[in-house]
Design a binder for this molecule. Structure first.
Ligand code: EPZ
Length: 422
């Protein structure tokens, strides 16, 4: 198994380029199914979830190739509509193959999705939206989903909550369906916008109404295109919070500032400045905590809740973080307590006592973003820490060691079998 080893208590100073966005790359790769010919995706992050998604595409008959951050997917040879298998059960985004396969093949067979254990993560909203489009589910056995979309037609759909995945799945299924589809209470996340931009470049007709609804006029064919993905706003936010916790000055070359308004407001209250050209300074004044509640975009992102919890440990006073999106996303608190954090969970809120004197410890990442939070805490703590569960972190962070080493941190990845070190 591989673990991270960190010697903390050093400011983070240097320059950084943010990787491509996991949560946009995954739906865009699924959308490559919706037509023949090679789509070329630039700035595609080299992370496990992308590799698992490419494996699913190959399972279906696609030809895929990668050269650095450029990935090519040619769906001309797609013959199957089933993705049962290990990868599909590992990642949450495999559920997006439901819409993409219905759009391409008119049928889909897939297991219930995996993903971080941050809550029950049902897919009822996905299935209800598909049924509105005329999809029939032959059987929902314990193992998975069997869907027939041969009678799919555009429809008016209203999502009870602005689910990112349900929005993206509905877009993927409707974009080639006859007729018009309108999605009310659709997710506003930048990743969903990026999927629609990619599909429109391919020749789809997807429009965002002023009231947030998504309007899709079904098309017959989509063309292959070359597309460059944005920067990952959650990785960017994780690193901004690490800089806040450790102090220092980081120059980000491609910070997606417009997508980080909620975090920037919290950082500003904490006494951290971020300039228009992406320079973050967290020097001098002590951090101040505050009250934050996670919410759908453009609210404070649930994916930055754990990294914020780590940063609040170093702030003045008591900070409160309320989690409204997932019911099991405070598991990092127990690991942070091993490092000296004073965190109390009351209902769906975490009370984080500031001015903590964090010390190095052996901890274990409970999930992807919790792992990033533990890295932040270990970088700010005095002494050495070991963080198990690197596999979670590698699902979303391309090379967290390289990124923080470039900012002067003492961090390395150790393979405890052959003691190899990165
Ligand atoms: C996406 O997950 C992201 N994952 C998550 O990022 C992110 O936390 C989440 O959106 C919210 O922004 C990917 O894009 C691959 P949702 P998703 O459907 O689509 C409930 C990360 O760390 N819900 O918007 O699964 C659900 O339980 C990951 O990168 C239903 O009840 O999130 C949750 O409470 C973690 N029924 C809320 O909606 C459904 O059918 C939001 O979920 C679907 C969702």
């Amino acid at each position: 198994m591989r673990y991270l080893e960190i010697a903390g208590k050093k400011p983070l100073c240097g320059e950084l380029t943010i990787q491509g966005p996991k949560n946009a790359a995954l739906p865009v790769l699924a959308a490559c199914l919706l037509g023949d010919g090679p789509c070329v995706i630039e700035n595609c992050p080299q992370i496990q979830d992308v590799e698992d998604t490419l494996a699913l595409l190959r399972l279906l008959g696609c030809k895929t190739s990668r050269s650095g951050h450029i990935v090519s997917v040619d769906a001309s040879g797609v013959e199957h509509f089933s993705i049962f298998g290990a990868e599909a059960e590992r990642i949450r985004s495999s559920v997006l193959f439901l819409g993409a396969l219905l759009g391409r093949m008119g049928e889909a067979a897939l297991p219930y999705p995996g993903g971080c254990a941050i809550g029950s993560r049902p897919i009822d909203l996905h299935l209800a939206a598909m049924e509105k489009l005329g999809v029939r589910f032959s059987k929902r056995s314990e193992s998975g989903i069997y869907a027939n979309g041969s009678q799919m037609r555009g429809a008016c759909i209203h999502l009870p909550q602005p689910s990112v995945g349900a929005t993206e799945n509905t877009v993927l299924a409707a974009v080639l369906a006859e007729g018009e589809t309108v999605i009310g209470n659709a997710a506003l996340e930048p990743e969903t916008e990026e999927l629609c931009r990619f599909l429109n470049l391919r020749g789809a007709d997807i429009r965002r109404e002023p009231d947030g609804r998504i309007r899709i006029s079904g098309k017959k064919v989509l063309r292959p295109v070359r597309y460059r993905l944005d920067a990952d706003r959650i990785v960017a936010g994780s690193y901004l919070l690490a800089g806040a916790a450790c102090g220092g000055s980081i120059h980000f070359h491609n910070l997606p500032l417009s997508q980080l308004s909620a975090l920037l407001a919290v950082l500003s209250r904490m006494g951290v400045t971020v300039t228009e050209d992406g320079v973050m300074r967290a020097t001098g004044r002590r951090l101040a905590g505050g009250n934050v509640t996670t919410a759908p975009y453009p609210g404070f992102p649930t994916d930055l809740q754990s990294p914020l919890m780590a940063a609040f440990c170093l702030a003045q006073g008591t900070g409160q973080i309320c989690e409204t999106m997932f019911e099991n996303r405070f598991r990092t608190a127990a690991e942070l307590r091993k490092m000296g954090a004073d965190i109390t969970i009351e209902g769906n809120c975490a009370l984080v006592k500031g001015n903590a004197v964090l010390y190095g410890a052996d901890v274990c990442a409970p999930d992807l973003r919790g792992g990033a939070a533990l890295v932040t805490a270990a970088l700010a703590a005095s002494g050495r820490s070991r963080i198990q569960g690197y596999g979670y972190i590698a699902r979303g962070y391309e090379n967290i060691c390289r990124d923080f080493q470039g900012l002067g941190a003492e961090i390395r990845l150790v393979d405890d079998e052959d003691k190899r070190v990165w």
